[in-house]
Write a protein that binds this ligand. Structure first.
Ligand SMILES: Cc1cc2nc3c(=O)[nH]c(=O)nc-3n(C[C@H](O)[C@H](O)[C@H](O)COP(=O)(O)OP(=O)(O)OC[C@H]3O[C@@H](n4cnc5c(N)ncnc54)[C@H](O)[C@@H]3O)c2cc1C
Length: 455
C-alpha cells in the first residue's frame, strides 16, 4: 500500500474516499494529508446549504456514502426521526450532517489505529506529478507524497458569452448562484429576476428566493423552456431486465439509433423512469463505446433531454414549481441568451427565440446564471487546474468534460498515464459521463481505496 497519500478537495467525494480508506484494517500506518480548501470539510457546495427547502434528488435509501453499507444514510436519518422512510427525499443539510459525522468517526478510528491524518484547511496551489510520486505545493511549503487524489468537484462557473463587463461589474449579473443564495436576505420589493438555465440549480434558486422575496417575479429562460422531470411519489418498480436494450445499444453506438431504441423501450414499459434508470450501471461502458463524434453529437442535441429525465426533482418540489407558475410568479421562456448590458435601472437582455429565431428583449433587476456544472478545464480561472493544464501535467478532455484519465481514475498527460495521480468525481466526466452524484462517487471511492491500498 502507499504510505503517504494526499487528498485534495473538501467535498463529499473526498469525504467518501477518506472514510473508505480509514474504514479498513491496514497492515501499516497511513500518512494522509487532507487538503480541504478551507470549506467546512465534507459538505462541499451541494450539502453546505442551510435551507431545508433544498432536498436531495435521490431517495434516502440510495444515498449512503459507502458502497458496502447501503443503509448508511437511512440509518443515520432514522436515528433522528424513526418515521423517515427509505423512499423519502430528505434535506441536503441533513445529508451534510451525515457526511460530517462519518468523517468524524473515521478520524477518531484513525487516531485509535495510529494513522497520521492531517486535516489541512488549505487550498493547494500546485501539484507536480512524477513517475514515483506527486509534490503538493501550498504557499511556501511543499511536501512529497506517494500518491495524490484530485477531488475538487466542478469548476467555478464562467459567465456566458455576450454578458458585458459592465453587467458583470454591476453586481446584478450573478454567475455563482450558491454563494449568492447563502448571502441572500429577505426583500419585499417587486423585483424582476431572470434565470438563465432551467435545471436543478434554477429550481433551488426559485425555491429559496420565492420565499425570501415574496413580491419578486421570475422569468426562467432555457433552450426548450422545460423544467426537469419529477420522481413519482412512490418509488418506481425495479427496472425490467434491460439486457436486450443495452446489447442493442452496444451493437450500434450512434446517438440517433440510441434515441430510437430508448423510445421503443419506453413505449413498451409502464414507466419511462425505469428504462432511464436501468441504463445507469451501464453508462460508463456505453459512453466508452461511443466514438468521439457521437459523444459530441450527444452533447449538442441530446444532453439537455438526458439531464431532464435523469436528474429528476422530488415530487414535492415539482408541486412547489407548479404553484409558483399557477400564482403568476414564474414564467418559463424558450430561447438563447445573446447579450446582457447595463441600463439606468438594471439589466437589458437580448434573447434569440427558439421558436422562430427572432430577437426579443427583456429587462431585469437581477440575472442569475443557473446553467449547471462547469467542467471545462480549458477555460477556467481555477488556479490549481490552470497550473496543471498550462504546465502540461494534465490534458483537457477534448469535449470540455474535465481531464483525460483512465476509467479507473488515473490521470493522463497525452498518451501517458500518471502511475500515482488520480481523480474522483465530476472532472472524470469525459471518461465516465456519469460521475457526479453520490451513487457513482461512492463506487469510485471504494475502488480507489482498494487501489491505493493495493499499490
Ligand atoms: C446543488 C447540488 C445538489 C446536488 N444534489 C445531489 C443529490 O441530491 N444527490 C446526489 O447524489 N448528488 C447530488 N449532487 C451531486 C454532487 O455534486 C455530489 O454528490 C458531491 O457533492 C460532489 O462532491 P465533490 O467532493 O466531488 O465536489 P464539491 O462538493 O464541489 O467539493 C470540492 C471541494 O474541493 C475544494 N477545492 C477546490 N480546489 C481546491 C484546492 N486547490 N485545494 C484544496 N481544495 C480545493 C473545494 O473547496 C471543495 O471543498 C448535487 C450537486 C449540487 C451542486
Amino acid at each position: 500500500m502507499y504510505r503517504r497519500v494526499a487528498i485534495i478537495g473538501g467535498g463529499a467525494a473526498a469525504a467518501a474516499l477518506l472514510s473508505e480508506l480509514l474504514e479498513r484494517q491496514l497492515p501499516q500506518p497511513l500518512h494522509l494529508d487532507w487538503y480541504t480548501g478551507g470549506d467546512t470539510p465534507a459538505r462541499g457546495v451541494a450539502y453546505g446549504t442551510r435551507s431545508d427547502r433544498h432536498l436531495l434528488n435521490v431517495r434516502a435509501a440510495s444515498m449512503s456514502m459507502f458502497a458496502g453499507k447501503p443503509r448508511g444514510f437511512l440509518d443515520f436519518a432514522q436515528r433522528g426521526d424513526h418515521t423517515i422512510a427509505g423512499t423519502d427525499f430528505l434535506p441536503r443539510r441533513l445529508y451534510g450532517d451525515y457526511l460530517e459525522s462519518e468523517v468524524e468517526r473515521a478520524l477518531e478510528r484513525a487516531r485509535e489505529a495510529g494513522h497520521d491524518v492531517r486535516v489541512r484547511p488549505l487550498l493547494v496551489d500546485a501539484l507536480v506529478p512524477e513517475n514515483d510520486g506527486v509534490t503538493v505545493i501550498h504557499g511556501e511549503e511543499s511536501s512529497r507524497v506517494d500518491a495524490a487524489v484530485l477531488a475538487i468537484g466542478s469548476l467555478p462557473p464562467q459567465p456566458l458569452g455576450g454578458v458585458s463587463d459592465a453587467a458583470l461589474e454591476s453586481g446584478r449579473y450573478v454567475t455563482e448562484p450558491w454563494s449568492f443564495l447563502a448571502a441572500a436576505k429577505p426583500d419585499e420589493r417587486p423585483l424582476k429576476v431572470v434565470l438563465i438555465g432551467l435545471g436543478l440549480t434554477a429550481v433551488d434558486v426559485l425555491l429559496e428566493l420565492s420565499m425570501l422575496w415574496p413580491n419578486a417575479r421570475f422569468e426562467a429562460l432555457s433552450r426548450h423552456g422545460l423544467l426537469p422531470e419529477a420522481h413519482l411519489e412512490a418509488a418506481s418498480a425495479p427496472a425490467d431486465d434491460s439486457s436486450d436494450l443495452i446489447e442493442a445499444m452496444r451493437e450500434a453506438p450512434e446517438i440517433r439509433r440510441w434515441i430510437r431504441l430508448l423510445r421503443e423501450a419506453i413505449a413498451q414499459s409502464n414507466d419511462w423512469r425505469t428504462v432511464v434508470d436501468s441504463l445507469r450501471p451501464h453508462t460508463p461502458s456505453l459512453w466508452a463505446a461511443l466514438p468521439q463524434e457521437e459523444r459530441s453529437r450527444f452533447l449538442r442535441h441530446a444532453r439537455w433531454a438526458w439531464e431532464r429525465v435523469r436528474h429528476r426533482m422530488p415530487p414535492q418540489v415539482m408541486t412547489a414549481m407548479q404553484a409558483l407558475e399557477a400564482g403568476g410568479k414564474l414564467h418559463r421562456r424558450r430561447g438563447r441568451l445573446q447579450a446582457v448590458d447595463v441600463t439606468d435601472h438594471g439589466l437589458h437582455l437580448q434573447v434569440r427565440s427558439t421558436d422562430d429565431g427572432s430577437i426579443e428583449t427583456m429587462d431585469a433587476d437581477l440575472v442569475i446564471q443557473t446553467v449547471g456544472l462547469n467542467t471545462d478545464v480549458r477555460r477556467t480561472r481555477h488556479p490549481l487546474v490552470r497550473q496543471l493544464t498550462t504546465n502540461g501535467h494534465l490534458a483537457p478532455d477534448p469535449l470540455g468534460l474535465g481531464f483525460t484519465a483512465t476509467t479507473e481514475g488515473r490521470l493522463q498527460r497525452g498518451d501517458a498515464t500518471w502511475p500515482h495521480f488520480y481523480a474522483i468525481g465530476t472532472l472524470l466526466r469525459g471518461v465516465l459521463w456519469e460521475s457526479t452524484a453520490m451513487p457513482e462517487i461512492r463506487q469510485q471511492a471504494r475502488q480507489l481505496a482498494d487501489r491505493l491500498l493495493e499499490e
